[in-house]
Design a protein around this ligand. Structure first.
Ligand code: APR
Length: 176
């Protein structure tokens, strides 16, 4: 870890309440809302978020699309569609890594300097948590090494257990 304040960290809480410039939504391909993170973000953002999402024509698994944040503190919501876990032989790892990479690409393209991720695909989509956490931390660490303008990335954990796991993986990963 370099001398500068840690760029990559894990926190516990509700991603819809974070005051970062962009929050990532664990959406589905329709982008028309759902439960979990998706439900929390739409509830906090208000109906204008869904109105904008309706104009996007959905989103492919592994891809991401950006909207305004409306009623959220965050300026942007970056909606990404994680893979549904199918046992690990349907390219799920690569698709999950792609979600993190595409979100950071969109963040950089919009001069976002702080972004928060939920544990994409580890809820309704059933991706094993430890495997997903390794992919999340490794991918984000590698990408932000090439994106110096992104100065703060937070992994938002919805339970103490998930927080502990992220902190374990962060501690053994070489990152800024
Ligand atoms: N803040 C942060 N994390 C949250 C929140 C929240 N408010 N709510 C849930 N989580 C956590 C879950 O505990 C899980 O660890 O986010 C992680 C992702 O869970 P889901 O929200 O179920 O997302 P995912 O597994 O990617 O499934 C996506 O669920 O909500 C629908 O429309 C969504 O169809 C899509 C599917």
């Amino acid at each position: 870890m370099t001398g500068q304040a840690m760029r990559l960290s894990a926190v516990e809480g509700d991603i819809a309440r974070l005051s970062v410039e962009a929050i990532v939504n664990a959406a589905n391909a329709s982008l028309l809302g759902g439960g979990g993170v998706d439900g929390a973000i739409h509830r906090a953002a208000g109906p204008q978020l869904l109105e904008e999402c309706r104009t996007l024509g959905g989103c492919a698994t592994g891809d991401a699309k950006l909207t305004a944040g409306y009623g959220l503190q965050a300026r942007y919501v970056i909606h990404t569609v994680g893979p549904v876990w199918q046992g690990g032989t349907a390219g799920e790892d690569a698709l999950l890594a792609s979600c993190y990479r595409r979100c950071l690409e969109l963040a950089a393209a919009h001069a976002v300097t702080s972004i928060a991720f939920p544990a994409i695909s580890t809820g309704a989509y059933g991706f094993p948590l430890a495997r997903a956490t390794d992919i999340a931390v490794a991918t984000v660490s590698a990408v932000i090494a090439t994106q110096p303008a992104i100065t703060r990335v937070q992994f938002v954990c919805f339970s103490r257990e998930v927080l502990a796991l992220y902190r374990q993986v962060l501690a053994r990963t070489d990152h800024d």
